[in-house]
Every structure is written in structure tokens, then in C-alpha cells.
Ligand binder design. Structure first.
Ligand SMILES: C[S@@+](CC[C@H](N)C(=O)[O-])C[C@H]1O[C@@H](n2cnc3c(N)ncnc32)[C@H](O)[C@@H]1O
Length: 278
């Protein structure tokens, strides 16, 4: 499948993280430059596709768990190009028809934004789900945005999803300060869910070298990426209690089916966790 004409403002000369990730997941909202980059990355690090699927599956399990725990508001930062298992689809599947919930997707990438808007319109979900095209490094503007204000009541619990987005926030962007701002905005009972690329000490050396080449490849894109250790990620939860099973590898957070050998290989390369604000 080929992507439609690029919306205004889309740079199809340079790969973008949103569109390349769409390609990893088997989507169609990507251009030749993204596919070429994706193929190059896959050669460098063959686990990229399985880990992307694991990441998405973790996010889906978190949304279901949050709904089961009574949370009805979802803010998905760096939501990406819509693909199978979007937050509003999980909500629709899981929640009885007479119960209300709201979803805000946030992404600054024009293709992700345009495609999210189209899907929400087409699925008649725009009254309870919306797309905010903003940079998550500017939380003030995000909170003040008309769509955020229409859909989110910050005095009630929110499930704040930061799924494979924080590794695009570099050290110069003060990730610790940014996380503190988001944590402060949340009401007690809110959940903060994070996934982040890493390279644990127990990674096999050949695989560890592949991941480092993968990070090098992203230097040339609009979204340079950073790996972080658990010691760097853990403080972002602000000391809030982590829900069981704590900070874990993607396949190990409340798995809903047996872990395959290939999925098991992804363990040393991403951390995930969910904390609840006391
Ligand atoms: C790898 S995708 C992850 C998509 C989705 N969260 C998931 O895990 O399935 C990362 C997304 O974050 C977006 N992103 C990166 N930095 C961002 C920023 N500063 N503000 C808003 N979106 C950002 C990218 O455009 C991309 O769509």
C-alpha cells in the first residue's frame, strides 16, 4: 500500500519517527524515505519490529487495566500515526456503551495529526476523542489547548500515556522538569504509564552493538533518540507506587498470553512501568 498525498507541512525528504514507526507496525502512512530508512534500521537491528509490536501491546494492556480500575480519561502523548489498537478503540471495545470516557491524542507530526483527525471523524468519535497537534515539551500550551480543555477534567483521574516518546526528549530539553510538570497536573488516582528504550547490562553483546547502531541511525532524522537506564527513568514516577509488576521488560507487564522466544529477546531493550498518584 502507498501513502496518500502528503498533507501540507509534511517533509517527505527526511524520515520521521512517526511514519517509520508506522512502517515497523505494518501501516501505510509512510513514504519512500521512511521505508528506506526503516529497512536500513531493520538490517541494523532486526528486533525493531517485534519490539514495536510489544510496545503497542503493552499500551493496550495498560488502557484496559486503567478502564477496569475506573479511569475514564486518557491523554496519549506522542500518540503517533493511528494503527491497530488505538486508545479510543480499546476504550470503545472495553467500556459498556452507556459509559462515557474521553481520549486526547497529542503529536506534533503532521501526518500523525492529519490521520488521527480523519479516523476520529470517520468513526464518529470526535465528540469524546480529539487530536492536539502540539509539542509535548510545551505542556502549558497543551493544557491551554481548546481540545484538551474540552475533553479533560484535570481534577479527575487521568491515565497519562508516554509510550515510546520520551526517548525523543534529549537531555537539553530537561526531561526531569518536564515529567515533574506533568505529574503536578494529575489528580490523585491518576496513572502515569511510560515505556523507554534501554540497553541493559545483561543484553547479549552482539545485540547491544546493534541497538547502539540503531540509535546512531536516528541521529540523521528529525527525531534523534536516546537510550536511558532504569536509574534514569525511575525518578520520573516521582516516588509514586508502581503498579505490579513494577518497572519491567515489555513482555512481562501483566502478559495476557505466553511470551514467544522472539518476544523474550526484546527484554533487555525497553523498560515499561505504570505508577499511580497517591
Ligand atoms: C515511536 S512513535 C510512538 C507512537 C505511540 N506512542 C506508540 O508507542 O505506539 C513516537 C511518536 O512521538 C512523536 N513525538 C516525538 N517527539 C514529540 C514531541 N516533542 N511532541 C509531540 N510528539 C512527539 C512522534 O511524532 C511519533 O509519532
Amino acid at each position: 500500500m502507498t501513502a496518500p498525498d502528503a498533507p501540507a507541512g509534511v517533509d517527505v525528504e527526511k524520515p520521521s519517527a512517526a511514519r517509520v514507526y508506522d512502517w515497523y507496525l505494518g501501516g501505510s502512512q509512510n513514504w519512500a524515505v521512511d521505508r528506506e530508512f526503516g529497512r536500513r534500521v531493520e538490517k541494523v537491528w532486526p528486533l525493531i519490529r517485534p519490539i514495536s509490536r510489544q510496545n503497542r501491546a503493552f499500551m493496550n494492556r495498560v488502557v484496559r487495566a486503567a478502564l477496569d480500575a475506573g479511569i475514564r480519561q486518557f491523554v496519549d502523548l506522542g500518540s503517533g500515526v493511528p494503527t491497530a489498537g488505538n486508545v479510543h478503540e480499546i476504550v470503545r471495545e472495553r467500556l459498556p456503551a452507556d459509559e462515557r470516557a474521553s481520549v486526547v491524542y497529542v503529536d506534533y507530526e503532521p501526518v500523525a495529526a492529519a490521520h488521527s483527525r480523519v479516523i476520529l471523524e470517520r468513526e464518529h468519535a470526535s465528540d469524546w476523542a480529539g487530536l492536539v497537534q502540539r509539542d509535548i515539551r510545551d505542556p502549558k500550551a497543551l493544557f491551554a489547548d481548546e481540545t484538551t480543555r474540552r475533553l479533560v477534567d484535570w481534577s479527575e483521574p487521568v491515565c497519562l500515556l508516554m509510550i515510546t516518546v520520551l526517548h525523543f526528549i534529549g537531555p537539553d530539553d530537561d526531561p526531569d522538569g518536564l515529567m515533574a510538570t506533568y505529574r503536578a497536573k494529575l489528580a490523585p488516582g491518576s496513572w502515569l504509564a511510560v515505556t523507554h528504550g534501554t540497553c541493559r547490562d545483561d543484553a547479549p553483546p552482539d545485540r547491544a552493538a546493534e541497538v547502539k547502531s540503531f540509535i546512531d541511525a536516528y541521529r540523521d532524522t528529525s527525531n534523534p533518540a536516546y537510550l536511558r537506564s532504569d536509574a534514569e527513568i525511575r525518578p520520573w514516577f516521582g516516588g509514586w507506587p508502581l503498579l505490579d509488576p513494577g518497572l519491567s521488560a515489555l513482555p512481562d507487564w501483566r502478559p495476557d498470553r505466553p511470551v514467544s522466544a522472539l518476544e523474550a529477546e526484546t527484554r533487555p531493550f525497553a523498560w515499561c512501568g505504570v505508577a499511580e498518584k497517591p
